[in-house]
Ligand binder design. Structure first.
Ligand SMILES: Cc1cc2nc3c(=O)[nH]c(=O)nc-3n(C[C@H](O)[C@H](O)[C@H](O)COP(=O)(O)O)c2cc1C
Length: 256
């Protein structure tokens, strides 16, 4: 079996959770690469034909987070599995974008998945995911990867996933950003957790231009010391909950 690596960008942990679950279901030891850390996205990582890489990322406005994700990794026709997680609305072109990035970087996509997880902006949307059916899909994907890699046929086949190019054109930038509230004790843990360096170490204020609204600071604060208090945010939460609270989307898998 090839060496399994989980490479993830996952500010609130859902994509990491699914990536690890797939790797664990493969019942092989695996290494992980945390691309929430800026220094990890600045180094170059090379994977060989002896590796299999699970690339995991969240969906932001139907696309990959707009931070040049995974542009610092290189493969040598390395088999890869593309995994996106989304908050029960849709993943639009994010999975296709991830597959395209991965192929451009020298990987051969052998499988892909779009899994549902709790929506960053509402605990009521995508709540209780992964559920039992998701666990079954995780198992199915893990078994498929092992089966696929046993033979060499994957080298001759190209993976097709849902999505279209040119990619969906939704506003990539959210019109809000978390800021400290009265519970903030200025411990600075949010500064360290922010994957894009948007929080000033002295003032603890968020630079709205740099912020990608990933909520790593909001969910990572044990004192609940960061929040968004803007009408645009409340309106989005209301819309998401009205339209998606009672919807159960199914995880989708793509095989060669
Ligand atoms: C800025 C932003 C945009 C998002 N856009 C979408 C979207 O278009 N569709 C969707 O279903 N979920 C969307 N979500 C929800 C996340 O994709 C989902 O919660 C994901 O699992 C978060 O992954 P993470 O925990 O690995 O960070 C968005 C979340 C954020 C922060």
């Amino acid at each position: 079996m090839k060496k399994v690596s989980v490479v993830y960008f996952s500010p609130t942990g859902n994509s990491k959770k699914y990536g690890f679950a797939v790797a664990e279901a493969m019942q092989e030891p695996f290494e992980s690469f945390d691309f929430n850390k800026r220094e990890m996205r600045e180094k170059e990582f090379c994977f060989s034909h002896e590796d299999v890489v699970l690339l995991c990322a969240p969906v932001y406005a139907g696309r990959l987070p707009d931070i040049g994700l995974f542009e610092n990794i290189k493969g040598e026709n390395t088999p890869a599995v593309c995994i996106v997680t989304y908050g029960n609305r849709d993943y639009d072109d994010a999975l296709l974008e991830l597959k395209n990035v991965c192929e451009k970087r020298g990987f051969h996509a052998i499988g892909a998945a779009a899994f549902i997880a709790e929506h960053t902006f509402s605990e009521f949307v995508g709540a209780d995911r992964p559920n039992e059916e998701d666990e079954m899909k995780i198992e199915e994907l893990a078994k498929y990867i092992k089966r696929c890699l046993k033979e060499d046929k994957w080298r001759e086949k190209a993976l097709a996933v849902k999505g279209s190019y040119p990619y969906t054109c939704m506003p990539k930038k959210m019109p809000f950003a978390p800021q400290p509230n009265a519970r903030c004790c200025r411990c600075g843990s949010c500064v360290r957790k922010c994957p894009v360096g948007a929080i000033d170490g002295k003032t603890i204020l968020t630079d709205k231009e740099k912020c990608i609204a990933c909520f790593a600071c909001v969910k990572g604060c044990t004192r609940k010391g960061r929040s968004v208090d803007q009408p645009q945010y409340y309106a989005l939460c209301e819309k998401l909950e009205k339209n998606l609270r009672d919807v159960q989307r199914e995880a989708e898998l793509f095989f060669l």
